[in-house]
Design a protein around this ligand. Structure first.
Ligand code: NAI
Ligand SMILES: O=C(O)CCC(=O)N[C@@H](CCC(=O)O)C(=O)O
Length: 489
């Protein structure tokens, strides 16, 4: 057991709360154990972040950039080690874990650009003096991360928050504490001053203690819609605190007028089954025409899905899909398949548990056209629901019939149809003839409805990491050129 799992004020400390552990879900082996931070340790971390904030913000942008660039270099030189840690802790195949580190490295330069473009300084001439727009950090912010991208997604809040001059309390998912620990060690090596980034490990109770703390200025959250809604309620009546919520989706993909069936099937597979369906952007609902063109795509999709290789993350011949995050999550998806079958769904490719002691599960497809009152839940795993349609507008309406609004896509050779689809569909990410996963860090990333609270992340994370300050400035107090009526000097 590694005892020193909390990083507070530049010191690795033992947690004083309950013990929790992290399990390699592909091999059913414990790979990490530690103790949660108590409310008292949360207090210490927030006090350290508060103490450090003024100097960190005062250090200057160039100095903060230098540390962030150093961190990116350390990610590159530790890429294999960190990718293996991600693979072990999440079950993701190694090839994919490496792409996660690549995204983390890319985040540095993109965030620097985004900071300057979206929150940089601007100056306008005035008849007397000058008008400035500048930005200031909020202060001490908490970052809560999900398990599916334990490196990249917290990093997507941490890097822009640090650039803007905030100090941070980072609470990773309790399912991925080891990735967080290894990442924070690199931040320490990069030379972050004491208290600027504090790692507070723990389960839900630790998250609650941070979120409820009076002395945080904001919370940047990526995770489930349920937790996000809970946090939103908790922050109700606190307009003084900034809350950025990146939550789940129930994402549709519509197909019509496609000549290249192979390419369409590829984009469907990439949208539905990458990361074992554990991406918030994954396609959950596939709308296919109820005609011969839809039949051809479905037939080929079934064949390709049956051949998707699922295996442990370090298999010599790399699989497309590794395992899910936990045996419980795999069992949960099998239960969903069962429920949908009982509601009238027809299993086209059965999701199967490869080994009940691990979270290795094969991808599944279920036809749900005949289910009335289809449940509007995000099923976070490799199960694609197929709906056949006869009218495109009905398909678009059905695609919009969700409380979520994260990603959506159209596969079609018909450009006019894409214009029509784009106008009608309600989502924050709308793609045409591309998978709906794999969003760019150089674009805003966020959804509407139950998917977020209108504070898009990725390129627009800069916006929620700083507040704008408008100033009118003159180097000397001077009389105005024109006096207001009624004044005599
Ligand atoms: N829109 C987006 O950018 C993304 C959204 N997600 C969503 O994340 C979910 C999967 O991630 P999970 O780790 O299961 O999310 P989760 O909501 O269970 O946990 C996220 C974080 O919140 C903490 N937490 C949980 N309950 C809390 C509470 N009551 N008070 C304070 N903190 C609490 C957890 O400890 C963890 O650190 C999926 O729904 C997925 O769609 C995942 C990636 C990206
Ligand atoms: O945050 C960014 O830099 C871009 C957004 C991103 O990487 N999205 C990924 C992950 C989605 C998820 O976490 O589930 C994607 O669209 O595949």
């Amino acid at each position: 057991m590694n005892n020193a799992v909390q990083f507070i004020n530049n010191q690795w400390l033992e947690g004083k709360g309950d013990t929790f552990s992290s399990i390699d879900p592909a091999k059913n082996q414990q790979i990490w154990q530690g103790q949660s931070a108590t409310a008292e340790q949360v207090n210490q971390a927030i006090a350290a972040a508060r103490q450090a904030q003024y100097d960190w913000a005062g250090l200057g942008f160039a100095e903060r950039v230098a540390i962030i660039k150093k961190f990116a270099e350390l990610l590159a030189s530790n890429k294999e080690h960190l990718a293996l840690t991600i693979a072990q802790e999440t079950g993701k195949a190694l090839w994919e874990s490496r792409t996660e580190i690549g995204a983390m490295i890319g985040k540095a330069d993109i965030s620097i650009r985004a900071y300057q473009e979206r929150t940089g300084d601007k100056e306008n001439a005035m008849p007397q003096g000058r008008a400035f727009i500048r930005h200031k950090p909020h202060g001490v912010v908490a970052v809560f991360g999900p398990y599916n991208f334990p490196g990249h997604l917290p990093n997507g809040h941490i890097v822009p928050a640090l650039l803007a001059g905030n100090t941070i309390i980072f609470k990773p998912s309790e399912l991925t504490p080891k990735v967080a620990e290894e990442t924070v060690k690199l931040w320490q090596q990069a030379g972050l001053p004491a208290g600027v980034l504090n790692l507070v490990q723990g389960e839900v109770a630790t998250g609650k203690a941070i979120a409820a703390h009076n002395d945080i200025d904001g919370l940047f959250f990526t995770g489930s819609s349920r937790t996000g809604h809970y946090l939103h309620q908790q922050f109700a009546g606190r307009p003084d605190k900034i809350l950025a919520l990146e939550m789940g989706g129930n994402n549709p993909l519509i197909v019509q007028d496609v000549s290249n069936v192979e390419a369409a099937v590829h984009d469907i597979v990439q949208s539905a089954f990458i990361s074992s369906g554990q991406r918030c952007t994954c396609a959950r609902k596939l709308f296919l025409p109820a005609d011969a063109s839809g039949d051809a795509i479905l037939q080929r999709l079934i064949a390709v899905t049956r051949n998707i290789k699922v295996d442990v993350y370090d298999a010599a011949e790399q699989p497309f899909m590794g395992s899910m995050i936990s045996v419980a999550a795999a069992k949960g998806m099998l239960a969903v398949q069962q429920e949908l079958t009982e509601l009238g769904g027809k299993v086209l490719v059965e999701m199967q548990h490869l080994n009940v002691d691990t979270a290795l599960i094969t991808p599944g497809i279920i036809e749900c056209t005949d289910i009335n009152n289809f449940p509007d839940d995000e099923h976070f795993g490799p199960l694609l629901k197929v709906f056949r349609y006869t009218d495109i507008d009905q398909a678009i309406d059905a695609a919009n019939n969700t409380s979520f609004g994260l990603s959506a896509g159209l596969l079609s050779d018909n450009a006019a149809l894409y214009q029509h689809f784009f106008r009608r569909i309600r989502a924050g990410i709308v793609n045409w003839n591309r998978p709906i996963t794999g969003a760019s860090s150089a674009a805003p990333f966020g959804g509407i409805g139950a998917s977020g609270n209108h504070r898009a992340s990725a390129y627009y994370a800069a916006d929620y990491c700083a507040y704008p300050v408008a100033s009118v400035e003159l180097e000397q107090v001077l009389m105005p050129e024109h006096l207001s009526p009624g004044l005599t000097f």
